[in-house]
Design a protein around this ligand. Structure first.
Ligand code: HEC
Length: 131
């Protein structure tokens, strides 16, 4: 029956296929951007060599990779290392790409605490409340 056209002749078939291929490429390229450097464990992405050279002289990179935070948080940590642990002043040409790398690859994590229990799910409080 001519009214029932095979899916292969449906014009959208081709764009669906292109979309799926694009999706697969997107996910596989994401997986690649998370590759870890074998010795330091740093995520391989723009600036990792600079972090290796500047930041793993005194301690392992794990002290860095176990941390996370915004650019401002990373900057304040580096300032702390400079003021208390003997890290030298860094020129903007070194500091800026390091901060970009850290904020991009070890950025602020979403909150992981669960929400508070609803009041009706809590036991009654035996103590008088002080207002
Ligand atoms: C001159 C040596 C030195 C250099 C270079 C250095 N650090 Fe450190 N850093 C230290 C010392 C010492 C500590 C304290 C380690 C400890 O508490 O065991 C520390 C601690 C840290 C901490 C805190 C870890 C924690 O969880 O408390 C972070 C984050 C950090 N460094 C990041 C960096 C980054 C980023 C760089 C490169 C820009 C860097 N460090 C370069 C000496 C250095």
């Amino acid at each position: 029956m001519d009214r029932f056209v095979s899916i292969r002749h449906f014009p959208a078939y081709r764009s669906v296929a292109v979309f799926l291929v694009a999706l697969i490429l997107l996910f596989s390229s994401n997986a690649q951007s998370q590759q870890l450097e074998a010795t330091t464990g740093l995520i391989i992405s723009d600036g990792w060599q600079l972090v290796e050279q500047t930041c793993t002289r005194c301690h392992s990179a794990q002290i860095i990779t176990q941390n996370s935070g915004s650019r401002e948080v990373w900057q304040s940590r580096i300032i702390w290392v400079q003021q208390t642990q003997g890290l030298e002043q860094l020129s903007p040409e070194i500091l800026d790409p390091i901060l970009d790398y850290l904020a991009q690859n070890y950025g602020q994590k979403a909150a992981t605490r669960r929400l508070d229990l609803k009041e009706h799910l809590l036991p009654s409080n035996p103590y008088p409340t002080i207002d």
